[in-house]
Ligand binder design. Structure first.
Ligand code: GDP
Ligand code: GDP
Length: 441
């Protein structure tokens, strides 16, 4: 999946950034409006113009108390913009003219090599356009007049923005692991996301989702690429506001659909709930690799037996996914957080593994010799031939005399034998039984 170009909107408070952003994104998503004294977090909003999709980052900012605070917040904004954006739009107030804070922002932005558009807002009448020229003194190139309020100059601005995007790449994007982070509310999904994002060597950028609102987060660690699917919502759920219900099953399903591997978080202090069992069922049905991250491990009183005992209990309570890779973490302290990505990678690798026909048949022949297949009414199950027909999840077709004779118990036995031989830790596997006459086998 290609990265969408990112446009950052920068500028001091009250120049009309929100009004401008509303113009860019239309009615797609309501912007959390400034309230005095309330910190706005960054928002990521989808927009498009002439067939190019892009993401608008509203870097927000603190409603300043003192000049010092204003400067700090503006600096922070500008740095974030420079870091994340493909194109920066610096909004200034044409009514007020150049202010010292505008100059400070200009100084910060000038060091960046990113394309920059200087938007002079609040020029509500075309006759006022020459006022924009005053902003040449910022040394950022041609100032462009607009009125966000009246929708003047917005089309031209969008043309400028889209023209400044990097060309749509022909190259395939770097191979990445797509991770769906799921779990009930308060399990610690946002905390884990933030802990992962806190890692110094990460580059963060939202990328295109297939659904309109889903915005993914991309990480790069030690040259490896990861995408946390649909994380904008969990990163800052209160602000993006997907409703009071922070976890919705539909949302999890969609995220899983688009992911290679699932990380399911459990509140370790609370233990497994019914909702966790439901989520585990969804994970198993998806056929994707699964890592269970038992979070808040810092809150669990421990001795040397705690972890094995917890593992055993999990296996019982989440019987359908006892093949899952289980790790014990604390998103809060960072304990074993890097293992989440390692385990996800391992589970994804197992999920896509292929076993050659010769080798799987050897294992199955031995398994059926050690523990003969079930019989019913004088007919005994015979398995002639096994072959892996798919991966993700690994799927094996067992050609046999009568599929009806297969019992759940025996199927589980065979699955265990396959796992003993090949591992497949962290992935479901599927065994399918098909009839075939002996001669053909
Ligand atoms: P932000 O703090 O930079 O996000 O600014 P807002 O978008 O909240 O706008 C600050 C004020 O300027 C609001 O009262 C807007 O209605 C007003 N405003 C925004 N754009 C324009 C414009 O193009 N013309 C005029 N006259 N006022 C505007
Ligand atoms: P989400 O709803 O799944 O995104 O959960 P949050 O990340 O918002 O976490 C819910 C609450 O649990 C917050 O108060 C977190 O500070 C807290 N929390 C998250 N992870 C840990 C952890 O590892 N240890 C402890 N003690 N608290 C945690």
């Amino acid at each position: 999946m290609n990265s969408l170009p990112v446009v950052a909107i920068v500028g001091r408070p009250n120049v009309g950034k929100s009004t401008f952003i509303n113009r860019l994104v239309g009615s797609r998503e309501a912007i959390v409006h400034d309230m005095p004294g309330v910190t706005r977090d960054r928002l990521y909003l989808r927009a498009d113009w002439n067939g190019r999709d892009f993401v608008v980052v509203d870097t927000g900012g603190i409603v300043p108390g003192t000049d010092e605070e204003l400067l700090q917040s503006v600096e922070k904004q500008a740095m974030l913009a420079v870091e994340e954006a493909d194109v920066i739009v610096f909004v200034v107030d044409g009514e007020v003219g150049v202010t010292p804070v505008d100059e400070d922002i200009a100084n910060l932005l000038r060091t960046s090599k990113k394309p920059l558009i200087l938007a002079v807002n609040k020029l509500d009448n075309v006759s006022e356009d020459p006022k924009a020229n005053e902003f040449y003194e910022l040394g950022l190139g041609e100032p462009r007049p607009m009125s966000s309020m009246h929708g003047l100059g917005i089309g031209d601005m969008l043309d400028e923005i889209v023209n400044a995007f990097p060309p749509e790449s022909e190259e395939p994007p770097p191979e990445e692991l797509r991770i769906a982070l799921i779990g009930k509310p308060n399990a610690g999904k946002s905390s884990l996301t933030n802990a992962l994002l806190g890692h110094e060597r990460m580059i963060v950028s939202p990328v295109a989702g297939t659904t309109r609102d889903a915005i993914d987060t991309r990480l790069e660690i030690d040259g490896k690429h990861y995408t946390l699917v649909d994380t904008a919502g969990i990163r800052k759920k209160a602000k993006v506001d997907y409703g009071v219900e922070a976890f919705s099953v539909v949302r999890a399903l969609k995220a899983i659909e688009r992911a290679d591997v699932i990380v399911m978080m459990i509140d370790g202090a609370e233990g497994v709930s019914e909702q966790d069992q439901r989520i585990a069922g969804i994970a198993e049905d998806s056929g994707k690799g699964l890592v269970i991250a038992v979070n808040k491990w810092d809150l669990v009183p421990k001795d040397t037996h705690t972890m094995p005992a917890y593992r055993k209990k999990l296996e019982e309570e989440l019987r359908h996914v006892k093949w899952a890779h289980v790790i014990f973490i604390s998103a809060l302290t960072g304990q074993r957080v890097p293992q989440v990505l390692e385990a996800a990678e391992a589970a994804a690798a197992e999920n896509t593994r292929r076993i050659t026909t010769g080798v799987i048949n050897e294992v199955m022949a031995e398994a059926t010799a050690m523990n003969p297949p079930p019989a019913s009414h004088g007919r005994r199950l015979r398995i002639y031939y096994v072959t892996q027909v798919a991966s993700a999840p690994p799927t094996f077709i067992n050609y046999c005399n009568e599929p009806k004779l297969v019992t759940e118990h025996y199927k589980r036995y065979l699955e265990n034998k396959i796992r003993e031989a090949f591992g497949f830790a962290g992935t479901p596997i599927r065994l399918i039984f098909r009839p075939r006459r002996e001669k053909q086998g």
